[in-house]
Ligand binder design. Sequence first.
Ligand SMILES: *Cc1c(COP(=O)(O)O)cnc(C)c1O
Length: 357
Amino acid sequence: MPRPRTNIQRLSPYAPGEQPDTSAVTKLNTNENPYPPSPAVMEAVQSLPAERLRVYPPPLAQPFRAAAAELHGLSPDNVIATNGGDELLRLILTCYCEPAGGNAQGGIGVTDPTYSLYPVLAAIQDTPVVSTDRKDDFSLSPDTIECWNEAGCRVGMIVNPHAPTGRFETTDTLRKLSDNFGGLLLIDEAYTDFAPADAIELVRDGLDNVILLRSLSKGYGLAGLRFGYGLAHPVVITTLDKARDSYNTDAISQAAAVAAISDQAYAQQTRERVIAQRDLLTSELRRRGFEVLDSQTNFVLCTPPDKVPAADLYEQLKARNILVRYFDAPRLDDKLRITVGTPEQIDKLLNAISQLI
Ligand SMILES: *Cc1c(COP(=O)(O)O)cnc(C)c1O
């Protein structure tokens, strides 16, 4: 048998949330938008000339870069388009992190709990992970940057608003982190569309050690498309461009992505509906005795009342065809992460919970 690299042999791969093959399930487990993408997206896909599939797509996704630059008040050379935000993460690790070779330096810094894909990507790159615990309220611990600097981290990864808790840090806090950190600060803004602010001013100000991750999967209802992008100083973008696949985003997804970000009125409308339902879900869960963290995302992290173990409630909801996310991990195993759905889906969930607790 051919022998894979040792780190790949040992790897526990990423465990995505369940994707059931039926519409009978109320799916509140993977933070998809409950609303479909803008009709302009479907039009762009359907009206794509066959000629555009015969030839290779624009290698730099220039039309998308231009549209994103205009949307954010940046220049196209501040933008890189990727096959989902997840590809951007992998590219950053490939370009900035050292394969370990017995070395404990040169890897990534994360704050625990965090997006569970980060350590998996680090293991694939065979680069070390330095993890600092967030505080009890899931805010950042003050010694985070010191720990990362001591360990020679090349990249520090902060999800903001934070997954899986929904907590939000201000741009001032993030700016201080970037001022003090010796590596590249990745601010993962996959959920920024549901938050009161983003950190775009750090890129506008020309900081060369910050990169923002954006995704069309959540705010634009396009998880099936696989499209994300990075916003950073041109020096960072040029570095990442060197290592990506020549045609990493295809002609169909480029056309769809341009249409999606060009229809801000539609995106704004669906986000406002999600935010209204998030706030309703939060108060209704609290009324039922749950502890719910304030969320600036499209999900809530909640702790069921004392007598009800989260793992049991997860199973009981699943038996009723309602899927939420349970993490069997320290600090999370007494909680459930629930994606904000449509009013009908939330009704169904709350009714089931009222019967079960
Ligand atoms: C969803 C998500 C991403 C990116 O997802 P893609 O679907 O690959 O764009 C990145 N980070 C976090 C924390 C996410 O939840």
